[in-house]
Write a protein that binds this ligand. Sequence first.
Ligand SMILES: [Zn+2]
Length: 401
Amino acid sequence: MLIKSSGDKVRRQNSTLVLSALRRQDALSHTDLAELTGLASATVTAITAELEQIGAIERHEPQAAASRGRPRVLLSRKGSFAYAMSVQISSDNVRYALSDYRGTLMDRFDEPRVLAATPSSFSEDFARALLRLADRSKLDSATVAVLSVSSKGIVDAEGAHVVWSPVFGNQPVDLNAALSAFPNADLMVSNETRLVAHGLASRIGGEGADFRGLIALSLGHSIGLGIARTNAVGGLEVNAPNFGHMLNASDNKLCRCGSRGCVEASAGFYGILRTAFEVPPDTIPARFVPLAEMDRIALTARQGNRMAQYAFRQAGLALGQGLSRVFSLYETLPVIITGPGTRYYDLLARGLDEGLQTCLQVRLDGMPKIDMANDEASLVYEGHLDRALKAIDQQLVTGAP
Ligand SMILES: [Zn+2]
C-alpha cells in the first residue's frame, strides 16, 4: 500500500503533513487541509487524489445543498483501510482493543491476569485473545497493520520485546508467536507510561507550535515516567527513562528488581506499606498490594498516625528528588500525575515539594506545574492509537515501519 512517488523526499514530507492533519481532525475540507498544512492547493489535490486511489482516505459528498455557494466536500481517513490492535498488560488485567484507521474503537474486552501464569502460558493466552478480537469483528487478518502492546517495565530500544517487567522479571515473554496469524502486522512494544505521556501530549495538541513538553508520572505498585517533548523539526518525541528503578538513595530498601535504593523501593505501594508497618527495609517486597490496603494506610495517616504519614512523606520525597534529577538532565517541565496513587496526593505533596526544592534547577526555574489525570487507562489507549496510526502512515509514505 506504498504510495507511488515515495522516492521524492518533498512529496513524502507533504504526504506526511496531509496524513497527520487528517489524524488530528476527523474530517477536513480541501481548503482547511491546505490551510492547516501550509501546502499549495494543487499539491493537496495531487496528494489526496493518490491517497483516495489507494483507499486510505474517502470523500464525503454533502447532502443536497443546504446553503448557497459551492458545497463543501469533506475528506477523512477510511476506517476499513487498516486496523490496529492494542493490548494493555497490567498487573491484574489484560485489556484488548481493536480500532480502525479512522481511530474509531470497534471492540474491547478485558481478561483477568492469571497470577500463576508462566511466560509461555501467557503467550498462548495472548495469541488466543487476539484471534478472538479479530473474529468478533469478522476481520480479515491481513488488514491488521499494527499490534501495539504496552506493559510496565523496561522495553528494548527497538520496541520489540519487554526486557524486564514487574510480573515476569527477566524472563522473556514471546509476543512474536501471536503475530503469525496476522501476516501484515508490525509489533510495537511500549512502556505503559510512555503511552500515557504520548496520550496526554496528543490531547493537548502535542505537535502544535506552543507545546514544549510534559512529564507523565504514574504512581501505583510500580512507578513509571514518560517524557513527551517537541523535537527540532516540530514533531513529538516521547520516551520513558527507567525512572522507577533509578537509584535514589543508599538506604538499603530492597526493590522488586533486586537492587536497593530505587525510587520505587520508597515510592511504590509496597515501599509505602513496608515503611508504614516498620517492616525491615530489606524485606522482600509484597508481589501485589491491594488498593484497599493502601486506602487503609492512607486513612490512618489522615487520622494522624505518624508512621503512616512518614511513609507517604518518604515516598513523596523520593519522587521529588527523582523528578529534580530528571529536570537537571532535561529541563523543568509540567508534571501530570496519573495512576491509582493520585488518590494519596495530599499525603505525598509535602515530601514531593521538599524533594523538588532541594534542587538548583528548580530554584532557578521555579516549581513545576503539577496536575492530576485520573483516567490513566484511557490515556494509555489514546497513546496506543496515536502511535499505531502514525506508524501506519509512516509505512504508507516511506515503506518502512
Ligand atoms: Zn528497582
